[in-house]
Write a protein that binds this ligand. Structure first.
Ligand code: NAP
Length: 511
């Protein structure tokens, strides 16, 4: 590691820069924010500030340190293409290895001096006089950038349901993304609310410690075996010594995962076959104690994230585990009562209830020229061109924004393609000497219409609730196409889609 990647620039037709490079403020030191800083430095942008709420880099991999935390995308693909790591110890790395990877990236690319840790951004406002973003923080004053990149992602604000009586619970309660490691679960009666991608990883660990585990499960998941194993010393040596091997392996995973997109379409030929296989295997688990509804989902495969685990079913079928399918009526001082009146006495409640995913950038107020409020612009659902830019909000870029999440491949691949696009836009802004780069309104409208048209063909809008959609059922989180299509679109010369403006009235580049 340590090599600065070259920009995938399509801007060579522009004149060389005359003025100083734009000053860039990046919000978030997670996987996307770090990538943006590395790539922007690669094109000569020197004034970069990364504002980070926590005390270190790594974003979601810093927050989600619950027992069993790890990634369900193989690590050779869940890492930057320009910084391969031949030392991943397993096919699917645990959280501490992934966090260590991003920490090493921050060191190798000397990113820590750019970071301001413990800084909470409250507001970002475009100053029309100076054509800069003014970023206000809770306790650290104002930061100013010509370009503002919001890299907070989709999974950074834990969601805890507003259950009646929760504030009266006398035991311990915490969310999976705020795991209380000082609290010993040994011998306790533990209730887990939720059974999504996080719960599936921590529940087996909790089940081993607790005396009794009650899983409050609203919907079961489609859970496939996890083809995980440690790499052998010989394989590790081969990754280190054989040039191109890690890259070829990475590509083979990417290509295989990309084929899975077919399953995300409503008219997939793969889904009926796979569903049949799943049901055949899962029905073997059904018993008097574990009814059909506890293990076999009633929604189409792929509608929620397909999960992988080898220890989930043993954990939920263990004699000390109770799967509670009745909805929660209320939390009482010593436990949880369901709508059928069953009272589960609990010492600890753990919420594996996910994140507030569809209200992008909240609670930060983002104000563009003429007082435009980003959250009002998104009142009918968040949307952005390629998930990154919003008409009416110049010099603002969002990474891992609306409709950039995936159900079938690595989000780091998407991040790198987004950063390619941001780098091209910033180069255009810089080299043209313009003050603003702004998405054309007709491009925004066409992008949004296309996303929603294509979303209607996916399984994500067919018959289940998930964090991919907002309350109105609009698909706000997922990209409804193959990732190579995103790649092609993000790599396109941006000058067709954006206006470069020197002042409020003077457009200097048009298509
Ligand atoms: P999630 O997938 O949104 O799961 C939340 C769970 O909480 C669901 O089972 C949901 O039930 C349940 N729930 C929500 N509100 C509830 C309520 N009021 N009462 C009862 N149950 C309730 O959240 P997550 O497990 O934290 O995962 C979120 C995302 O994080 C994943 O999809 C994934 O992208 C990412 N993640 C990734 C990995 C990885 O390995 N790459 C690991 C962990 C997380 P319903 O299903 O019925 O809504």
């Amino acid at each position: 590691m340590g090599r600065i990647p070259l920009s995938r620039s399509r801007t060579r037709h522009l004149p060389p820069p005359t003025g100083p490079a734009p000053r860039v403020v990046i919000l978030g030191a997670g996987m996307s924010g770090l990538c943006a800083a590395i790539r922007l430095r690669g094109i000569g942008v020197g004034d970069i500030t990364i504002l980070e709420r926590s005390d270190g880099v790594g974003g979601t991999w810093r927050d989600n340190h619950y027992p069993g935390s790890g990634c369900d995308v193989p690590s050779h693909l869940y890492s930057y293409s320009f910084a391969p790591n031949p030392n991943w110890t397993r096919k699917f790395s645990p959280q501490h290895e992934i966090l260590a990877y991003f920490e090493r990236i921050a060191d190798d690319y000397d990113l820590r001096p750019l970071c301001r840790f413990g800084v909470e951004v409250t507001e970002a406002c475009f100053d029309e006089t100076d054509n800069v973003w003014r970023i206000e923080t809770a306790e650290h004053g104002e930061f100013v950038g010509d370009v503002f990149i919001a890299a907070t992602g989709q999974l950074n604000r834990p969601f805890i349901p507003d259950l009646p009586g929760l504030d009266r619970f006398e035991g311990t309660a915490f969310h999976s993304a705020r795991w209380d490691h000082d609290h010993d679960l040994t011998g306790e009666r533990v209730g887990v609310v939720g059974s999504g991608a996080s719960a599936i990883q921590f529940v087996p660990h909790v089940a081993r410690q607790a005396a009794e585990l009650t899983l409050f499960q609203r919907s079961p998941n489609w859970v496939a075996p996890k083809p995980d194993r440690a790499f052998s010393p010989r394989e590790l040596m081969a990754f280190r010594r054989i040039p191109g091997l890690a890259k070829a392996y990475r590509f083979s995973i990417y290509a295989r995962f990309e084929m899975r997109f077919n399953m995300m379409m409503q008219r997939s030929w793969m889904r009926p076959l796979l569903t049949k296989m799943f049901v055949k295997e899962l029905s073997k688990l059904v018993s008097d104690r574990t009814p059909w509804a506890a293990v076999i989902p009633d929604y189409p495969l792929g509608c929620k994230r397909i999960l992988i685990s080898d220890d989930w079913y043993p954990a939920i079928l263990a004699p000390t585990t109770t799967i509670e399918l009745d909805p929660i009526a209320e939390v009482v001082p010593d436990g949880i009562v369901t709508t059928s009146g069953t009272h589960h006495r609990l010492d600890t409640i753990i919420f594996g209830t996910g994140f507030q995913t569809t209200k992008f950038l909240t609670p930060i107020t983002v104000t563009g020229p003429e007082g435009a409020d980003l959250h009002e612009t998104w009142a009918k659902g968040a949307s952005a061109h390629l998930g990154m830019t919003v008409s009416g909000f110049p010099n603002l870029f969002i990474l891992y924004g609306p409709n950039t999440n995936l159900g079938h491949n690595s989000i780091i691949f998407m991040t790198e393609r987004q950063v390619d696009h941001v780098v091209m836009c910033v180069e255009n802004l810089w080299r043209s000497g313009a003050d603003r780069i702004e998405l054309r309104s007709e491009v925004m409208a066409a992008s949004d219409a296309e996303i929603q048209r294509r979303a209607a063909r996916t399984v994500w809008v067919a018959g289940c609730d998930s964090w991919y959609k907002d309350e109105a059922g609009r698909l706000t989180n997922n990209w409804p196409a193959h990732t190579y299509e995103f790649w092609r679109r993000a790599a396109k010369d941006p000058t067709d889609d954006y206006e470069l403006v020197t002042s409020r009235d003077s457009v200097i580049t048009t298509s």
